[in-house]
Design a protein around this ligand. Structure first.
Ligand code: NIG
Ligand code: FE
Length: 419
């Protein structure tokens, strides 16, 4: 195991079992397990990993603060790489309708769905948006989430999209969790633009994108490429504009049908293509060649009671990195538990517990372009990690509803949650 490379320590965690989640050849020791280990931090970085005995000897000699983990498992902080968690209102009535047999597409085409959340979000104050988003983020954090991606997309006019992105940034300042923001410019066509699709796509891809990128509010863009949302050509126009500005992309692809959106995402070198229930072999090959991560979202699949899961064997065979996320949103996935997404990834999509855990650590980091900084326990990476009272890592995918997280460390700073 790696030894010291960053000199002094500020604090050391001893008596832990590490799951470094560093990729392993041939899948031996697939979680990167190191039993009876210790991890030291310097500033906001991981400084050292080794045996508890060595750590204690050095800590005594150098007067370093020691935290005893009591035999807990210590993993890289979890990363929720796809959420829409800043929004107004709720969609419980739509949930009731769907249970009576009305489909998501029918509701969307009748002006409900995303459009109803757009109305509630436009009517909400900045404070109300911040308050409800904070509650959702805190649920995720209590499970060990240390990085969170948040998409706009419920404003669909420049001022409200800006407000959503500002609220997301503010959340990142107020809470210890790291926030990455995504401008979901093409989510739905707002009612007022019904007669002028081309004009709306032009605004989103032109002045709105430039204004939001110019204000430093966005880390990436996203588009819902689907027959009830935006076409391949419209999505391509937006992705071109983002590329010109040097802004990376995600694409909602293949959620309800295969329009070739995954191939489009790959052609633009997107960081991720998300959903992918409908994906061809050619699409999977294209994602692999481009290094685009497949972000699987079992919460939405479950809530919509879909029956065609993403073709995990195809993705595996093609060598596509797979991530898992909550897709936290009021319509298709009112989910604030990444641990539940882990379980669903295994039970509904057939991921192994190792694939699922890589999907919320190493591969989720890659889906955000942050693999050099987070996603594994490695010296020099950001000291974001979480402690769990479990017997083995797969237990994180096994429990339904229990939260075994006993502490979370953000950039070297510990927070304790009462679980
Ligand atoms: O990821 N598919 C598009 N966007 C969200 C759903 C948004 C909504 O229904 O409010 C999703 O599933
Ligand atoms: Fe989504």
């Amino acid at each position: 195991m790696q030894q010291s490379s960053i000199g002094e320590w500020d604090r050391v965690w001893v008596n832990a079992h590490l799951a470094t989640m560093v990729a392993a050849e041939g899948n031996l020791n697939a979680y990167g397990e190191v039993k009876d280990a210790a991890l030291a931090v310097r500033g906001d970085r991981i400084a050292w990993m080794g045996s508890s005995a060595d750590a204690l000897a050095r800590a005594r000699a150098q007067d370093v603060a020691v935290s005893d983990c009591g035999g807990a498992w210590l993993l890289p902080g979890l990363i929720d790489c796809h959420t829409h968690l800043v929004y107004g209102g709720s969609r419980v009535e739509e949930f009731e309708k769907r249970l009576c047999g009305v489909s998501y597409e029918e509701i969307a085409r009748a002006g409900g769905g995303i459009q109803s959340t757009v109305n509630a979000t436009r009517a909400a104050t900045r404070e109300a948006l911040l308050e409800s988003a904070t509650r959702r983020a805190q649920c995720l954090m209590a499970e060990g989430v240390t990085t969170l991606e948040i998409k706009s997309g419920y404003g669909l006019e420049l001022g409200v999209e800006r407000r959503l992105l500002e609220v997301a940034r503010e959340l990142g300042r107020r809470l210890p969790v790291s926030v990455r923001t995504t401008y979901l410019g093409l989510h739905a066509l707002p009612q007022e633009a019904a007669a002028d699709r081309a004009g709306f796509v032009g605004q989103v891809s032109g002045p709105w994108l430039e204004a939001l990128a110019g204000s430093g509010l966005i880390d990436a863009v996203d588009a819902f490429c689907e027959n009830i949302a935006f076409s391949l050509a419209e999505t391509e126009q937006f992705l071109h504009a983002a590329r010109r500005l040097g802004v990376p992309a995600h694409v909602h692809a293949g959620q309800l049908s295969d329009m070739g959106a995954a191939e489009l995402a790959a052609r633009f070198g997107a960081l991720s293509a998300d959903h992918l229930e409908y994906l061809s072999a050619a699409g999977a090959t294209a994602l692999a060649a481009a290094g685009t991560v497949a972000v699987l979202l079992p919460g939405a699949y479950y809530m919509l009671r879909q029956t065609t899961p993403p073709p995990v064997p195809l993705l595996r065979q093609a060598g596509v990195a797979m991530a898992l996320a909550t897709d936290c949103n009021p319509g298709t996935s009112p989910c604030t538990s990444l641990l539940l997404a882990l379980n669903m990834g295994c039970t509904l999509f057939g991921l192994t517990p190792h694939e699922a855990l890589a999907g919320v650590t190493r591969h989720a980091a890659q889906a955000l372009g942050l693999q050099a900084e987070i996603g594994t326990l490695e010296i020099g990476k950001r000291a974001d990690f979480a402690l769990y009272r479990i017997d083995r890592p797969a237990e994180l995918c096994y429990n339904l509803g229990a939260n075994p997280c006993t502490g979370v460390v953000y950039g070297g700073v510990p927070r304790r949650f009462k679980n």
